[in-house]
Design a protein around this ligand. Structure first.
Ligand code: GCU
Length: 589
């Protein structure tokens, strides 16, 4: 129940929840550290008259939302917080799930005093069936969620990142209603080897999973019907007319696809397109496309804290459109589902990634399983979104054997789950030894490149290394005949700080770095796109320079208050030129 939740009726539990900050996990663990059967989820006194917690008199926080930006006492807090919500469950014939869009980082979920289960991973959806656990009628239900944002070496991401570890129930929570036998998964895509048909599958869950399933596209007057197998699964083979409008940035056409069986019916808006590579080109619907992108962290456009929901998505992606983008890199973790749905509606191609970031515990089985489950849940949730072109399995992971084994495993899993998209990762280049006076040459020869369809590469020429004046002449080499997306480049600037182009953290310096980068990027023959770092200044515990950073990474083209910096214009001019239009940067090549 993590794929179609947003298409199902149900009860949102968004709003004000009671919360108790629990840094020692006293509510869940005994003083000796083992699970405590009479934890706070029972809301029982230790003995009559002796209670040391009372949720009815506790503080309150909004859900969805991180705690760091809602309570100044929790700005730096990374421990455990108890959330509690009372609600009434409307009557429903069929089955019900308690669905979470995401909780960062680990969640323990209790309903009416009983543990439903736990979940690890801060950015992917999860759900527990509660059909038989609800009291129903006119009795209150009570849900407790312990959210633990503690960073751990074995986690994904590990203890070190360059973004704020926002803790909390950061996305919507819903009681989702489905029929007893329902459609629990579906995948419908244009067959890359036979574009006259749509392929994929439908999976039913429930006692009557042996049924006929009909998939139709009314607008195209086409349908296919087939019986599910003993496991409730049916493969699709849906004829498509030559008149089909392929999804693309210029014409982000989606069709209503109806999946119906005797006991259930779902309708989703789906775009049909192909994405592949040919040598160092990326082909969309068989035609080369250059990806004019920008990287985006999941932070609200102008208020502090995590972004969520459709409004934030429209604002952030609207800024990307203003920049002249046809592509966005949703860094460094799965974003809320509306980001992908709105990108698809706007005609923005998407690089989507899991937080296998920098150096994680490559040699641990539990860490590999954690990365696999996050990647699987991301792909299952979003693989019907035509906008997604690339699944990224890592960011700047130092090249070692254990890391290569780990990431080859992830790449293999992506190809099993989704043969219709490209696999990538943000690699690091290295500078080739050179004689004085020779131009600098950057080389991308990471062995992980063998396992990728598209190479991503993060480089900071002109900021972390190299003189701005030398950047235009830098050469690039790779042994791979594959497309390159320059997945990060940029420089820091405090919005409103002005000075000479040589003065660090001025808008003029950031603009000069972008101008030098553009001059260099034009000359890279195997470059198929870029997603500079980054759209908006974002919170980071590593960026502490007083009066300049103040715990913000300042590489945004837009400030945390939504004010554009000069470099925004440098990049948008480049994108306008690339797209061959003067007046409207969003027309596509
Ligand atoms: C790295 C990393 C980013 C980070 C950026 C920076 O490339 O991928 O997450 O924010 O550099 O240094 O600003």
């Amino acid at each position: 129940m993590i794929q179609h939740a947003s298409l199902r009726p149900g009860l949102s539990l968004a709003g004000s929840w009671r919360v108790v900050v629990d840094p020692y996990e006293a509510g869940r663990l005994s003083p000796w550290g083992d699970a405590w059967p009479l934890g706070w989820f029972k809301e029982l006194p230790m003995r009559p008259g002796l209670a040391e917690v009372d949720f009815d008199r506790a503080d309150q926080l909004l859900v969805p939302g991180d705690w760091n930006s809602q309570d100044p006492r929790l700005f730096f807090y990374e421990g455990a917080v108890w959330y509690r919500r009372r609600f009434r469950a409307p009557a429903h014939e069929g089955r019900r799930y308690l669905h979470f869009g995401a909780v960062n980082y680990r969640a323990y979920v209790y309903l009416n005093g009983e543990l439903l289960g736990e979940h690890e991973g801060g950015f992917t959806p999860f759900a527990f069936e509660v059909t038989d656990a609800l009291r129903g009628g006119d009795e209150d239900e009570v849900v407790h969620v312990v959210v633990d944002a503690t960073r751990r070496v074995e986690a994904v991401p590990t203890t070190s990142t360059d973004w704020w570890n926002y803790g909390g129930i950061t996305r919507d929570v819903r009681l989702v209603d489905v029929p007893e036998t329902h459609i629990c998964e579906s995948f419908v895509y244009l067959d890359p080897d036979d574009t006259g048909r749509a392929r994929g599958f439908v999976q039913l869950d429930g006692p009557r999973r042996g049924q006929q399933v009909v998939v139709s596209i009314p607008e195209l007057d086409t349908e296919c019907a087939a019986e599910t197998d003993a496991d409730g699964r049916v493969a699709l083979d849906l004829p498509l007319p030559a008149s089909l409008r392929r999804w693309c940035p210029d014409d982000p056409k989606r069709y209503e696809v109806v999946i119906a069986c005797e006991t259930d019916r779902l309708a989703d808006e789906i775009g049909f397109r192909t994405i592949e590579t040919r040598g160092s080109e990326i082909l969309l619907n068989g035609e080369p496309i250059f990806l004019r992108g920008i990287s985006i962290h999941e932070e609200a456009p102008t208020r502090p804290g995590r972004a969520f929901g459709e409004d934030d998505a429209r604002t952030l992606l609207g800024w990307a459109r203003d920049l002249g983008c046809n592509f966005v890199r949703l860094a460094h973790y799965p974003h809320d589902e509306p980001m992908t749905r709105v990108a698809e509606e706007m005609g923005l191609l998407v690089w989507s990634e899991v937080p296998v970031y920098w150096r994680i515990a490559w040699d641990r089985e539990d860490t590999l399983e954690c990365a696999r489950s996050q990647l699987r849940d991301l792909i299952v949730r979003d693989r019907n979104r035509a906008a997604i072109a690339l699944w990224s399995i890592a960011n700047e992971a130092p090249a070692t054997e254990p890391r290569l084994t780990f990431l080859a495993n992830l790449a293999g899993m992506v190809r099993e789950l989704d043969p219709t998209r490209l696999v990538t990762a943000a690699l690091m280049a290295h500078m080739k030894p050179k004689e004085d006076g020779d131009p600098t040459t950057m080389v991308i020869d990471d062995p992980l490149g063998e396992h990728l369809d598209v190479m991503g590469c993060n480089e900071y020429l002109g900021w972390y290394y190299g003189a701005v004046s030398d950047v235009p002449d830098v050469q690039w080499e790779t042994p791979y005949d594959k497309p390159l997306i320059m997945s990060e480049l940029g420089a820091g600037a405090l919005q409103g700080r002005h000075g000479s182009p040589d003065e660090l953290f001025t808008e003029e310096h950031q603009a000069a770095v972008y101008a030098g980068q553009v001059a260099m990027l034009r000359r890279i023959p195997f470059l198929a796109g870029l997603s500079p770092w980054t759209l908006k200044d974002f919170r980071s515990p590593r960026r502490v320079l007083a009066d300049v950073q103040d715990y913000y990474n300042r590489k945004g083209l837009v400030s945390e208050r939504g004010v554009r910096k000069r470099a925004f214009g440098v990049l948008s001019d480049f994108y306008r030129e690339l797209s061959g239009t003067e007046e409207n940067p969003s027309d596509d090549d």
